[in-house]
Write a protein that binds this ligand. Sequence first.
Ligand code: IVH
Length: 682
Amino acid sequence: MSSKNSTEIPESVLTRIRELREEIHHHDRLYYLKDQPEVSDSVYDQLFKELQDLEERFPNLVNPDSPTQRVAGVPLDKFEKVQHEYPMLSLDSHVKKEDVQAFDQRVRRELDVEMVEYTVEPKYDGLSVELVYDSGNFIRGSTRGDGRIGENITMNLRTIRALPLQLLNVSAVPSQLVIRSEVYIPLKDFHALNQRLTEEGEEPFANPRNAAAGSLRQLDSRLTASRPLTITCYDLKLQQGDRPSSHWDAVSKIGEWGLPIPEHRQRCRSIDEVMAFHVDMESQRDQLPFEIDGIVVKVDRYDWQQALGEKSRSPRWAMAFKFPPRKEMTKVHRIMVSVGRTGALTPIAMLNPVEIGGVTVSRASLHNIDEVARKDIRPGDTVKVERAGDVIPDVVERIDIPGEVRAEPFTPPTACPVCQSHTIQEGPILYCTGQTVCPAQLKGALELFASKGALNIDGLGKKTVAQLVDQGFVKDLADFYTLTKDQLLSLEGFAEKSATQLLAGIEKSKQVLLSRFIFGLGIRNVGVHIAQVLARHFGSLARLRKAEKEKLQQIHEIGPEIAASVDSFFQEPQNLSVLQRMEELGVTVEELDTVKISTDQPLAGKIFVLTGTLEGFTRPEAKQKVESLGGRVTSSVSKQTDYVVAGTEPGSKLDKAQALGLTVLDEAGFSALLVENVSSAS
Ligand code: IVH
């Protein structure tokens, strides 16, 4: 077939391709924006297939805006950095009515007017992104990053079906548009995604926001495409030609161009109407198909926004009016104890099921035995349970019911509920002493060993590990390397292909980097970072094994606790015999290229302390970022601290840092430091 030259393409094909693209765009809009499809899935699929076939026959006609081109096949090595067209600000947030009234008073005083019109919108709990359209075509999208520089996630955004690659009435759209939007996952899809992940043996996400963030920041856009992301647009930043005179009109325009906009927005003529919208949204909150954590209040007129101006991190013309965390009362019917990978016993309150924010809650963590004692929670008690956006709820407090006869206080178990080994207490935490004799600890240890950060064995998730242990096929880490195809085929959900693949994955894992192997051993107190420190220092497993406790402690970043854990791990004859068996079964622990590691770690040796709330990162994320660059996060400020990162509402750590004259970074400074060092590491 000669279709290389566009002059040979029949006119009818050109027309049909144009028609198909328009029709598919139209159905996408009805389906993803309006939730009102006109045609069945199979009709849609036929149109899609017809377009794909035509584009395959005439590859010259494929263009990036075609609906067939949403997903690229090749993963990226890393995200490029993008300078935002305009800084991406965040919002000051308030929960108290009085603070919102004070905001209104300030705004009116500064503008010297009696009445201000506000636009109010739901505050979507997702991830903010910048979208850039050139001549109506989506050309670039980026994460917020430090507000000035973000990451180029264009490929991933293109997979979001609610995001038009080409705007409607292109000829009437201004030539360059910068739009702020929020990417999120609707609740129904979030629950389905978590269920799928759990079934596949993967860790479920704690909340829809984390799921959206985890899905969007993927180097392989095919993975992003498999996640149910959607988007809503709430701000127009830059435009050539006539600019609307108000935020309301700007968002209406965005909607007219075919982009999704918030459904529940409203124009308010007074702060009382804002209050009423807040009450109304809070009462609807649990029925909404997506998670919101408050409302956003914006001065509507653009000239007034401009007059009020901006602070370094947030505009003075807008604020987030947040909802308080959701709480419900219910009864504890039992206190159960679960056993984790490290053998830590966690008391869990089993609750009479109660709906909190559209989620049925039937268990809540009581964290540790000290907390059960402090809150004095006993079976039969009535308690207040809080779900602050996260899926795992918390027991906030016990409600005293006068005259109620209470059960006996909870007695910490002296034996592990899973393997009956005796328990020991370290600080507030009880541990099972059973180690790998305990199926709960064994499963946890095996999962860690196979996990991405360790030996990265494909297809060996939670579910498979549980089956392997329950069937008695795997009793320690070395047993992975003795598995046979027949054993795998006897497990539920395994067929010839999956069994072969898993065996290949296990075989591949036999060549492993030292740091990954050390991490995979699951030594208490040895996370990814400490595993790297140890690997870098010793260079081989044999040398680490022989290291004395005193020698270990002399290593920078290794304290007495870690040294003791490492030492006792290698003292344990059972661990040594597992290591020996692994070696006999062909596991080769490669030595680390120490030179590469040290230059790869631009923040090596730097100590960070985090205080207050960061907008763009959760604590674990911030910690992980620092550690991935070789730095370390500790909990208390001292003269040894190199950087104190202060978010909003910082605690006394900031005062201490200032008293000691330490370097204090705000979130923007922290992000900039990470960005700089990421580039120097790459
Ligand atoms: S406007 C300069 N509107 O909330 C104003 N933000 O805490 C920029 N958000 O970073 C934000 N829904 O990720 C705005 N309707 C909405 C929003 C919204 C959610 C997020 C956004 C922002 C964060 C600020």
